[in-house]
Design a protein around this ligand. Structure first.
Ligand code: ATP
Length: 611
């Protein structure tokens, strides 16, 4: 058995400082692969084992289910080593909001009733056609009005885009205000505050009758309960005295407000974030959150606030880090020792189809020569849709070459019907621990899917029926089963916080990556940076030059990167690959030769003129 002190000794100076800091407010700025999950897990364990804090008082908030399971995994690894440490509650913002509303329902303070459901925003806003009746008469096209109202309603609840401070209730809207809404399909339209207010009030009524809401509605209701309802506030806030928040840069203003509503005077709060990895601004996130946190707490209680920067990267080879630092120059990460390896490869290819062919061939090669298992390999794409079928092209190609892969799937009918049974189950056995519930289910010969669902939840840290519901809520976020013998194919957004020995990124080019006709280049750059920094050993980037927008391919070239051209699937025209620095030397020499030749011609002409 190890001692906690031995785990602390494994950490570097800044990680150690973070774990040992005893003040109330700690902000860890951590570049990719610098061990933020490791540091968070060590700090949570230290809080339990050395400060003697009860596990029940600890709340971890992760951005996604995969980030949560990584943190749990690391915690388990450490606590197994020291033979100490209980599993604290780790929730996503989504399941936290769900838990608060559940408490609100129990205290009869919520506008929802037991068994309330979350539906997608589109589904939710199409519940009733009368929602927009008589509103925005200036516009003839009802679809445009519907979209604009829905967008305004979501953005106002998130904060940031239309109102800096997120609103939780329609009464907060100023009747006199006019909102300028940008819709994807029809450009800008103007919505009067009073009409938006009416729309929101109608949505609220339907929510109440049908006992449903959308994701943002859950966050708003949770904030409302914590801020206005004493019983619910006491049940949640007084319980959690030690709060740890991961990926803080991607919290929306509404999520930030939720967190600030839980914090009380004796709370200890640790947040971890990296402004260079902000990739959810379209969801209301804003890296200024990091600055606001430091401004607020360093002023409120300067003796109890500390900021630590983690810059030592343990994940990637020198060459990958060099490329990442060349791409985002603001805050460099530094490699651990000098872990040299494979040069990142930039493949210029003129279509997504060819890019997919290159990827599939390379994957075959890497698996065939025994270098990597399929699950070591991850293919990342920017966008999959009818117009930008990057993922689809890769799936098709891998299928045609019989390469097994996993991808994110939408919630199936089976999972939906299962979630109703889970709610019934947790109502029936509310007080029983899940281990007991499993025995009861087996004894009663219950449905196997239900039993394996409960078992999965236990393996992900669930202990009681509350955790079971949290787990089912989190499952709604995404369903993707990664197996040991399949290549992983996902969007860059979904790969956040994860690492893979081999990473492919596609497809660079106008409207593709950077995406859209008017891309937010800074956000796209950060997204590309997140993609690059997932790779541990080998990195392949595929695409073509952008003509109309900033070309990410060109931005990669000056780095120490291997440049290849792949122009047809028979590889006839395939350039065998050369270092871009070599290419610059060749280009430079050719240019000099040409200039010398021109000079010579010029001189000849001058001499001819003399005669
Ligand atoms: N002090 C350390 N010494 C050696 N290896 C470490 C140390 N800290 C972290 N690592 C290793 O570095 C890798 C990256 O760590 P981790 O996953 O915690 O990074 P991260 O900062 O959470 O990454 P990201 O920001 O990209 O999500 C892991 O393999 C981890 O075991």
């Amino acid at each position: 058995m190890l001692l906690m002190s031995e785990i602390i000794n494994y950490l570097n100076k800044e990680q150690k400082q973070s774990v040992l800091y005893n003040g109330k407010y700690l902000q860890i700025n951590a570049g990719p692969g610098t061990g933020k999950t490791t540091t968070l897990a060590a700090k949570i364990l230290y809080t339990q084992s050395e400060l003697g804090i009860d596990t029940e008082e600890i709340l971890g908030i992760s951005f996604s289910r995969s980030a949560k399971s990584q943190l749990l995994h690391k915690l388990e690894e450490f606590s197994d080593r020291i033979g100490y440490g209980g599993k604290p509650t780790i929730l996503t913002f989504h399941s936290l909001a769900h838990r608060i509303i559940k408490n609100g329902i129990y205290c009869k303070e919520s506008r929802f009733r037991a068994g309330f459901q979350r539906v997608s925003t589109e589904e939710f806003l199409n519940l009733d056609q009368s929602l927009i009746k008589g509103l925005c008469k200036a516009y003839a096209d009802r679809d445009v009005v519907n979209n604009a109202l829905a967008r305004a309603y979501t953005e106002i609840r998130q904060g940031n885009q239309l109102e800096f401070d997120p609103f939780n209730h329609y009464e907060e809207i100023d009747d006199k205000k006019v909102y300028n809404i940008t819709t994807y399909e029809s450009g800008r339209i103007l919505i009067k505050g009073e009409e938006l207010k009416k729309y929101w009030a109608r949505v609220n009524k339907i929510e109440k009758i049908k006992n449903v809401t959308d994701y943002q509605g859950m966050i708003s209701e949770a904030i409302r309960l914590l801020q206005l309802k004493k019983l619910t506030y006491n049940m949640i806030s007084s319980k959690y005295n030690y709060i740890f928040v991961d990926e803080y840069q991607d919290t929306s203003l509404a999520q930030e407000k939720l967190l600030f509503s839980i914090i009380h005077n004796s709370s200890h709060v640790t947040i971890v974030g990296d402004k260079n990895q902000t990739i959810y601004t379209f969801n209301g996130s804003n890296s200024r959150n990091l600055k606001r946190f430091s401004d607020f707490f360093s002023r409120k209680d300067p003796n109890n606030y500390k900021m630590v920067n983690l810059i030592q990267n343990y994940r990637s080879t020198n060459e990958i880090i060099e490329l990442a630092n060349d791409f985002i120059k603001e805050q460099n990460i530094i490699p651990y020792k000098t872990r040299s390896g494979f040069q990142p490869t930039l493949v210029e290819t003129h279509s997504i189809e060819l890019a997919a062919t290159y990827v599939a061939n390379k994957i075959n090669e890497l698996i065939d020569n025994g270098e990597y298992n399929p699950s070591d390999i991850c293919v990342l794409y920017r966008k999959n849709s009818e117009y930008y079928p990057q993922g689809e092209k890769v799936f098709k190609k891998l299928e045609s070459m019989n390469i097994a892969y996993t991808k994110k799937q939408s919630k199936s009918g089976e999972t939906i019907s299962l979630s109703e049974r889970i709610i019934a189950l947790s109502n029936k056995y509310e007080e029983e621990p899940l281990d007991e519930i499993i025995s009861i289910l087996i004894e009663k010969n219950e449905n196997e899917d239900l039993i394996s669902f409960v078992k999965d939840a236990i393996s992900q840290g669930a202990v009681d029926t509350d955790d079971l519901i949290d787990y089912s809520v989190e499952l709604e976020e995404s369903v993707s089963v990664e197996t040991d013998d399949a290549v992983i194919v996902k969007t860059v957004h979904d790969a956040k916080g994860l690492e893979y020995p081999v990473v492919f990124i596609l497809y660079l080019g106008d409207r593709e990556f950077p995406h859209s006709s008017q891309p937010d280049i800074d956000e796209e750059s950060r997204l590309f940076y997140v993609g690059i920094t997932r790779a541990q050993n080998q990195l392949y980037i595929l695409g073509k030059k952008g003509i109309h927008q900033e070309s990410f391919l060109d931005r990669c070239l000056p780095s120490n990167i291997k440049f290849e051209q792949y122009h047809n699937s028979n590889q006839e025209e395939k350039n065998e690959g050369f270092n871009y620095k070599d290419k610059s030397i060749i280009d430079q020499t050719t240019k000099q030769l040409k200039e010398a030749e021109n000079k010579e011609q010029e001189e000849l002409r001058r001499l001819m003129d003399l005669f």
